[in-house]
Design a protein around this ligand. Structure first.
Ligand SMILES: *Cc1c(COP(=O)(O)O)cnc(C)c1O
Length: 363
């Protein structure tokens, strides 16, 4: 094993070292109770404080306005691909929604929603293999649509939206699973934001949903109770036994983020980190960027090498040098470095020195 490991996995992804250590320290004895947090009731006073703190920290760090509810739901981001149309499509007749198609997850979200109504693609970058964000194409948007959906950061292709379409009175919904709290955003522009926890916030299997209050109360009657956002909001995310460990971990990650100086400070660090890799890629034809420069993600940096054999060699040697999980998504191949909030700059510097050395030996 290499002396120090850096985990570039896309998700579940690395968490901040101090958070992991704190969990380890408190695991058997939470708050001097003599028992672990995962052993106590989700309705206990002690867990209630954890939940309220997680919500308050999220609100403070994101700047999300007061007329939005913050919910924790089961089933990760993918469950919201169905919960979203079930909750919002029937707001207006004829149950119409528009999706931007910018990669794998946006396609899945579209496909899942199609089961429930008249769901259309507003614009797509499929013809250029998702190497960019497409035109807004707002001319085609019907003002009576129930919502518009987009994926703010495309985890597999390594692209992101730098500015968002103004959809007027039609609520804009964003899947921010791979870039939530990694950059500053004006939440008042969105009707709803959701994210699986496992990339920037905590463990897998749960999602955070931030929804404007006036969008609650329109669920299709057959919506499963545990997927109904109004029920979840009324019960403060405690309709059934929630994943207390995931919410506790998220609270600790949010505390850590606040200590780092909050979203503005982490955004600057994220830009620096990604910039180091993109600069290297742009300096040499040995590495080629997958994403168009104007649409590059600061969270998932994707690139290719001259051949598949060379890619395999790169991944093997990187692994041996302690640089883990750099293999691109199975749909795309190549290399992907996921560098979410917790990835320290030293991890990125290890990667760029490895890349330089690898090119020197093999280029
Ligand atoms: C990882 C990811 C998902 C899937 O998340 P699950 O929690 O596994 O359902 C959805 N959307 C985006 C943008 C992602 O990066």
């Amino acid at each position: 094993m290499a002396s120090q490991i850096f985990n570039f996995g896309a998700g579940p992804a690395m968490l901040p070292q101090p958070v992991m250590e704190r969990i380890q320290k408190e695991f058997l004895n939470f708050n001097d109770m003599g028992v672990g947090l995962i052993e106590i009731s989700h309705r206990s006073k002690q867990f209630g404080e954890v939940l309220e703190k997680a919500k308050a920290l999220f609100r403070e760090l994101s700047g999300v306005p007061d007329n939005y509810k913050i919910l924790f739901l089961h089933g990760g981001a993918r469950m919201q691909f169905s919960a979203l149309p079930l909750n919002l499509l029937a707001r207006k007749q004829p149950r119409r929604a528009y999706y931007y198609e910018t990669g794998n997850f946006s396609k899945l979200a579209f496909k899942d929603a199609q089961r429930y109504g008249d769901v259309r693609v507003l614009s797509s970058s499929v013809s250029t293999d998702f190497d960019r964000i497409p035109d807004f194409n707002l001319d085609e948007l019907d003002e009576d649509a129930s919502y518009v959906h987009l994926t703010s950061n495309n985890t597999i292709y390594g692209t992101r939206w730098n500015s968002f379409p103004d959809t007027g009175d039609v609520p804009l919904i964003t899947d921010q699973t791979s870039d939530i709290l990694s950059r500053q955003m004006d939440y008042s522009k969105f009707g709803m934001v959701y994210a699986g926890l496992q990339k920037n916030l905590g463990p897998s299997g749960m999602a955070i949903v931030v929804i404007r209050e006036d969008l609650l109360g329109h669920a299709i009657p057959t919506t499963p109770v545990l997927m109904d956002y109004s029920v979840c909001a009324k019960d403060n995310s405690l309709t059934n036994t929630t994943n207390t460990f995931a919410i506790y971990t998220t609270m600790l990650v949010l505390e850590w983020l606040k200590e780092q100086g909050g979203v503005a400070a982490i955004e600057q660090r994220n830009n620096e980190k990604a910039g180091l890799i993109y600069e290297l890629i742009d300096r040499t034809p040995f590495y080629s960027s997958v994403a168009q420069p104007a649409h590059r993600s600061m969270m998932n940096v994707t690139f290719t090498l001259p051949s598949e054999e060379m890619t395999d060699k790169f991944l093997k040697e990187a692994g041996a040098a302690g640089l883990y999980a750099l293999k691109g998504h199975r749909n795309l191949g190549g290399v992907r470095a996921s560098i979410y909030n917790p990835m320290p700059k030293e991890g990125v510097l290890s990667l760029t020195s490895f890349m330089e050395e690898f090119e020197r030996k093999n280029g």
